[in-house]
Design a protein around this ligand. Structure first.
Ligand code: UT7
Length: 353
């Protein structure tokens, strides 16, 4: 079996920032509640399509790996907020990248989507079915938020992160993976009115979450997952250089940190800036961690997530020697013409229409 590693990384977060104080002008909430319950201070709201963020994150990852779009032979987009139900967001990413005729597919494993995608990319590369996979986690959850559901609306944000997955000649790569799901918990986090089952129901459309149930599941599954991923890789907990957890709630992250007995310096946290971007949190955090010098050459990393389904996943990953991108690109998203709050309110009107 070949070693399968990450050779490129990139992220794209939209420019529009919505602070807790901004939200408090349209929702019955306040900065103190949101900060103390979740750790979130602000989030980004997208003025472009999900696939536009995914494409830019993907282009950055391709450049970081020293590749061109035509070098990619498989594109996976992990998302639960695709541009459209048909076709996949990955199809749009393919054409926007100019990666002609390569295989494309979306996967939906909620907030665990990136780790599920990693397991699929691992299988594709290890078996030789694909040689260079672009795996993107990309979400535009702002489109599904009902501002009247205050315990959910304040938690989510938009963004995309991407990695390139290839076979490696060195020791780097995925050392263990553990995935699971419990469909009997499906009702705890749903997008109402947005699927075929509910299309004619006439009810409100939006994400609905039983936060307390999801919280409990996340603490247990992410804690167990991080411990067993390290153990299955043959690592002691002390060996872990950086935990990169799904960013849903600072209290969940802290519980996982305590479970692996790690110091705060060994945990990457950016939830304060972006909120919960679902399948995008881990690849955005990974790209930021590398940029900030938090991933040492040969560093031992743990990725761990929990989300809708309910699903969970954890991976032990050993980074390679290179912590600098081979190349970078200057492209940016177009400048927004509306504020993030205006976009959120317009989306809300669309969901109620
Ligand atoms: O990525 C996977 C998906 N998501 C997650 O993993 C998130 C999991 N859940 C959570 O992060 C937390 O459960 C929440 C942040 C959603 C809620 O935190 P909590 O400590 O469980 O608060 P709570 O639901 O017990 O709410 C406490 C109070 C309630 O008031 P009463 O009934 O005690 O008077 C709520 O009405 O806080 C009230 N509340 C708010 N107050 C101000 C709920 N939302 C808000 C709000 N602003 N936005």
């Amino acid at each position: 079996m070949k070693n399968v590693t990450i050779t490129g990384w990139g992220r794209c977060v939209p420019q529009s920032v919505v602070t807790n104080d901004d939200l408090a002008t349209v929702i019955d909430t306040n900065d103190e509640w949101i900060t103390s319950r979740s750790g979130i201070k602000e989030r980004r709201v997208s003025h472009v399509n999900n696939s536009d963020m995914a494409t830019l994150a993907g282009r950055r990852a391709i450049a970081a790996a020293g590749l061109e779009p035509h070098d990619i032979d498989y594109i996976i987009v992990a998302t639960c907020t695709p541009d459209r139900q048909i076709p996949s967001s990955a199809a749009y990413v393919q054409v926007k990248l100019g990666a002609d005729h390569v295989a494309v597919a979306d996967i939906n494993a909620g907030c665990s989507g990136f780790i599920y995608g990693l397991s699929m990319a691992h299988g594709l590369v290890a078996t030789g079915t694909a040689h260079r996979v672009l795996l993107v986690g990309s979400e535009q959850i702002s489109s599904y938020l009902n501002l009247d559901e205050r315990s959910t609306a304040v938690l989510f944000g938009d963004g995309a992160g991407a990695v390139i997955i290839e076979a490696s000649d060195d020791d780097s790569g995925i050392k263990s993976m553990a995935l699971g799901a419990d469909g009997s918990g499906a009702q705890y986090l749903t997008a109402d009115g947005l699927g075929t089952e509910l299309i004619n129901s006439g009810g409100p459309k939006s994400i609905v979450m039983d936060g307390a149930q999801i919280f409990k599941g996340a603490v247990v599954r992410m804690g167990d997952g991080a411990v067993s991923a390290a153990k299955d890789a043959g690592w002691e907990l002390d060996d872990i250089d950086l935990l990169i957890p799904h960013q849903a709630n600072l209290r969940i992250i802290d519980a996982v940190r305590r479970r692996i007995k790690a110091d705060e310096s060994k945990v990457f946290v950016n939830i304060q800036k972006y909120g919960n971007t679902s399948a995008a949190t881990i690849p955005i955090a990974l790209a930021e961690a590398v940029e900030e010098g938090r991933v040492p050459p040969g560093g031992k990393l743990i990725f761990v997530a929990f989300g809708a389904g309910v699903t969970w996943g954890a991976a032990a990953f050993q980074w390679g020697d290179r912590v600098e991108p081979v190349a970078t690109i200057d492209d940016e998203l177009p400048e927004p013409t509306r504020t993030g709050l205006e976009i959120l309110m317009e989306n809300q009107r669309g969901l109620q229409a």
